[in-house]
Design a protein around this ligand. Structure first.
Ligand SMILES: CC(C)(COP(=O)(O)OP(=O)(O)OC[C@H]1O[C@@H](n2cnc3c(N)ncnc32)[C@H](O)[C@@H]1OP(=O)(O)O)[C@@H](O)C(=O)NCCC(=O)NCCS
Length: 194
């Protein structure tokens, strides 16, 4: 890290967007848009109230974003992208950004935060592997990289099936699901009618 520099941690605002985009481009390259997590983020906005930047001398040098997700009956947030500019790495900035995101999510009542990432990095920060085959991501993911930090006991077990941005799950029920719901309502009506 640049000697003598002090780091400020700030809630993310729209003004940070261009700098965050550059940091993510530098950290992940053009392939970042092909990732499963990126596909989920395309489904709706991230939650700015739970997203933070690290700044040095007025310049953004690190960023973490949290995005609301859903799967089955489960709800929560997905953490990422997390990136720190190369000159500022290994100074605890990544760890602090993760801690800020987790703390904000917990205080906001989110039951869990999940992510796709390296267990050796995120394990000590409170994340554990998700049980295999419990959720399906929109693109292939190494199951060992699907991690979750649970705030409400049992919340992670509620995440089942297709995992997506909450707006995608809530706004567009699958036709089959709608059909099933309708069929069940019909059966109830028949039962009520005797
Ligand atoms: C991963 C990243 C955010 C870490 O930020 P950082 O500010 O350097 O991290 P911290 O200072 O909090 O932690 C550094 C420690 O984590 C370790 N570490 C960094 N990346 C790691 C990884 N992928 N797996 C395991 N350990 C990792 C470092 O070796 C260092 O270990 P040490 O404390 O024993 O020396 C940063 O390296 C980065 O932007 N990388 C490119 C983008 C990326 O991979 N993001 C994560 C997506 S899952």
């Amino acid at each position: 890290m640049v000697p003598g520099s002090t780091i400020a941690y700030l809630p993310e605002t729209a003004e940070h967007d261009p700098e965050i985009e550059l940091i993510n481009e530098e950290a992940f390259g053009p392939g970042r848009f092909a990732r499963a997590a990126s596909k989920i983020r395309e489904g709706g906005p991230h939650d700015r109230a739970l997203s933070f930047v690290a700044a040095s001398a007025g310049t953004v040098i690190g960023s973490v974003r949290l995005t609301p997700i859903a799967a089955g009956r489960g709800r929560g947030h997905m953490l990422g992208p997390l990136a720190v500019r190369p000159a500022f790495k290994n100074a605890g900035i990544g760890r602090t950004l993760v801690a800020l995101g987790l703390d904000a999510a917990r205080k906001a009542g989110s039951p869990l935060v999940m992510l796709v990432g390296d267990a050796p990095y995120y394990g000590p920060l409170g994340f554990a592997r998700m049980p295999r085959n419990q959720v399906q991501m929109p693109r292939p993911v190494d199951p060992d990289r699907l991690l979750v930090c649970e705030f409400t006991p049992g919340a992670a077990a509620q995440l089942t099936g297709d995992l997506d941005h909450v707006d995608q799950i809530v706004r567009s029920p699958k036709p089959f699901q709608a059909f099933t719901d309708e069929a069940e309502t019909g059966v109830e009506r028949l039962r009520a009618a005797g």
